[in-house]
Design a protein around this ligand. Structure first.
Ligand code: HEM
Length: 130
C-alpha cells in the first residue's frame, strides 16, 4: 500500500501539510475564537494569538509561489504575499485594541475586513484544485 502510494502520481500538496497551512489553522482558530466574542479579555487574547500566527506566516512562502521559477514574477508574488500578511497583522492589532476599548461594534466591522483579507489571500495565493 505504501509502495503503491509511492508509485502514484505526485499527490497535490494539501494546504495543511505545509508549514504555512499549519499556521493558517492557528489563524483560523484565533479568528473563530474572536469573531463572535463579546468578552474583552477573551477577545483580546484571541486577537494576540492571531497576531502570533501571522508573524510566523510572514517569512513563509505559499506553495503556489514556491513552485514558480526564480525571476521578477516570483519576487512580485512574494512581495504581494508579505504585504497582505502585514495588513492582516495590522487588522488583528486593531481587533485587539477594539476589544480592550470594549468597542464590540468596531470588532464586528473588523471581522468583515478579516473575511475580505482571507478571500483575497486565498484567491491570490492558493491554486484552484482541478
Ligand atoms: C483570517 C484570515 C485567514 C484565515 C482564517 C485563513 C485560513 C486558512 C486555512 C484554514 C487554510 C488551510 C487550507 C484549507 O484547507 O483551505 C489556509 C491556507 C492558506 N492560506 Fe489562509 N487564511 C486567512 C488569511 C490568509 C491570507 C491573508 C493569506 C495570504 C496573504 C493566506 C494564504 C494562504 C495560503 C497560501 C494557504 C495555503 C498554504 C500553502 O500554500 O502552503 N491566508 N488558510
Amino acid at each position: 500500500m505504501l509502495l503503491a502510494s509511492a508509485l502514484m502520481l505526485p499527490t497535490p500538496v494539501r494546504a495543511d501539510d505545509t508549514a504555512l497551512g499549519k499556521e493558517m489553522e492557528s489563524i483560523d482558530s484565533a479568528f473563530k475564537a474572536f469573531r463572535r466574542e463579546t468578552d474583552p479579555a477573551k477577545g483580546a487574547k484571541a486577537a494576540r494569538e492571531g497576531q502570533e500566527a501571522v508573524l510566523k506566516s510572514l517569512p513563509l512562502v505559499p506553495a503556489m509561489i514556491a513552485k514558480m521559477p526564480a525571476g521578477e514574477a516570483k519576487d512580485k508574488a512574494i512581495a504581494a504575499y508579505r504585504l497582505q500578511m502585514g495588513q492582516l497583522f495590522v487588522v488583528f492589532c486593531e481587533v485587539e485594541s477594539a476589544f480592550i476599548a470594549k468597542d464590540i461594534p468596531t470588532v464586528t466591522k473588523l471581522v468583515e475586513t478579516v473575511k475580505g483579507s482571507k478571500k483575497k489571500g486565498h484567491d491570490d495565493f492558493i491554486e484552484d484544485e482541478e
